[in-house]
Every structure is written in C-alpha cells, then in structure tokens.
Design a protein around this ligand. Structure first.
Ligand code: HEC
Ligand code: HEC
Length: 216
C-alpha cells in the first residue's frame, strides 16, 4: 500500500469513528411499526381507504404501497398545529388525523406503505397519447417538465420526497392537480407542484390523470 492511500485510509477510519461518536447521543428517529399501526389503520382508516389501503371508491385515494415518508408528511400536514392551522386543508382528513400522536402516524404510514397496491386502468382511449406524452416528456414549448422526471418512469415515485402515483384513481389525481393549480393545496416543497399545475389546461390534467391510473 502506498503511503498516500494508507493516509487516506487512516483518515477515513478516523472520520468514521468521529461520525459514530457524534451520532451517539441523538436517539434513533422512530421509523414506525406496521404491526402496531395495523389495528387502527385497517379499521378506522380502512373504512374509507380500504383495510389494506386499496380504497374501494374513487372518492378516497389509495394509500397502499405509497412511500412511508410521504404518507407521514401528509398526515402531519393534515394535522393542525398549535394555532389550529393545517398545512394541507381537507375537512375530512383534518378531523380524522386529529386524535393521533406522531408515533401513531408513523405506524399508520409504515402499515400502508407495506401493503401491495392494486392496479388501476386508464378509461379514455382518446386522451391516452396526450397523457403518455405529458408523463414522459412534458411540454417543452411551455416549460412543463416530464412527470416521470420526479415520479419515476413507472410512477412508482422516488423516496423520500416524490410520491407514488401509479394506479391512483384519476378523479383524485385530477382533483389534486386542480387544487395545486388554484393554490388550495400548498404543502408541496418549493412550490414544485403548484408551478407545474399552473402550466396545465383542464384537458391536459384530465389526460395525464387518466394515463396515471393505468400506469404500472
Ligand atoms: C371518511 C373517510 C376517510 C377516513 C375515515 C380517512 N380518510 Fe384519509 N383521506 C380521505 C380523503 C377524502 C382524502 C383526500 C383528501 C384530499 O382531497 O385532499 C384522504 C387523504 C389521505 C391521505 C393523503 C393521501 C395522498 O396521496 O396524499 C393520507 C395519508 C390519509 N388520508 C391517511 C388516513 C389515515 C391514516 C386515516 C385513519 C386515521 C384516514 N386517512 C382516514 C378520506 C378518509
Ligand atoms: C420537480 C419534481 C416534480 C415534477 C416534475 C412533478 N412532480 Fe408531482 N409532486 C412532486 C412532489 C415533491 C410532490 C409531493 C408534494 C407534497 O409533499 O405534498 C408531488 C405530488 C404530486 C401529486 C399528489 C399526489 C398525492 O398522492 O396526493 C400529484 C397528483 C402529482 N404530483 C402529479 C404530477 C404530474 C401529473 C406531473 C407532470 C405533469 C408531476 N406531478 C410532475 C414533484 C414533482
């Protein structure tokens, strides 16, 4: 071993030891426990979202297979802060999430994340090509980025920030895109989704939402 690489090795070992030491005092962040979340998640939440998070009705979003970090963030955003303000406003969910602690929300998130998502389907043949084009390429002429760039080519999302979209009900996706566009949903970091939705017409929103329902 050359002198240089030996020095480099010793340096990295020292850095590792230092990092281990520096990390020691902080308690490990609670990750959530799917088994602990299951009893409430599969019944109270399951009444609308389906016992396994595959909601039986397009009125309620599917949660199965969604990234735990995203699910937890949404629950926190629904939950009112000390001033009674919620970052994400929805009459049903603001009430539903109110009684639960931070640990319980992480447990619910772990439970739904561990469930297998069912497939959905696109219903409108005429708009499929437009939906696919927007998903894969966006529209450079108006600075609309490809959805796939952040949500992944198959819509599986990218932990920890970018949610899974594949298989979601088109009605829900459409409603969220319109809410971002109107600024009614404003919990997206750096206005990422609000800026995008502002560039979309109703027809484009409908087309991409329908395409997403059939993505897998
Ligand atoms: C009465 C029906 C109902 C019940 C019960 C319910 N939800 Fe919801 N949930 C909804 C609706 C409707 C939405 C969509 C809200 C919106 O449009 O912003 C939603 C949205 C969510 C989202 C956001 C999903 C996303 O993709 O952004 C999460 C997370 C969630 N619910 C978790 C829960 C948990 C955890 C429970 C149980 C403590 C629960 N819900 C109980 C109706 C319900
Ligand atoms: C620059 C990255 C980026 C791009 C490009 C992007 N998104 Fe998003 N999207 C996000 C982030 C981040 C969130 C999560 C916001 C939050 O934390 O609430 C999100 C959330 C969403 C949601 C809400 C999901 C839910 O379960 O409630 C929908 C729907 C959505 N995006 C659709 C799209 C569509 C359609 C496109 C393409 C036209 C697109 N996104 C392009 C970053 C992006």
């Amino acid at each position: 071993m050359t002198r240089f690489s030996l020095n480099a090795l010793l340096f990295s070992l020292a850095a590792l030891a230092f990092a281990a030491q520096a990390n020691e005092p902080a308690p490990a962040a609670y990750k959530g426990d799917a088994a602990r979340g299951q009893p409430i998640a599969s019944t109270v939440c399951g009444a609308c979202h389906g016992p396994d998070g595959n909601s039986p009705s397009s009125a309620n979003p599917k949660l199965a297979g969604q990234h735990a970090e995203y699910l937890y963030k949404q629950m926190k955003n629904f939950k009112a802060d000390a001033n009674g303000k919620s970052e994400r406003v929805n009459a049903i969910m603001n009430g539903m999430i109110a009684p639960y602690t931070d640990e319980q929300m992480k447990d619910f998130a772990a439970y739904f994340a561990s469930q297998k998502p069912t497939l959905g389907e696109a219903k409108n043949r005429e708009t499929l090509e437009l939906g696919k084009k927007l998903w894969r390429a966006g529209d450079a002429s108006k600075g609309l980025p490809a959805c796939a760039g952040c949500h992944g080519p198959t819509g599986a999302g990218l932990p920890i920030q970018y949610p899974r979209l594949a298989g979601q009900y088109a009605e829900y996706t459409e409603a969220q895109l319109k809410a971002f566009r109107a600024g009614e949903r404003a919990n997206d970091p750096n206005k990422m989704m609000r800026m995008i939705a502002l560039k979309m017409t109703d027809a484009e929103i409908k087309a991409v939402a329908d395409y997403i329902a059939g993505l897998h």
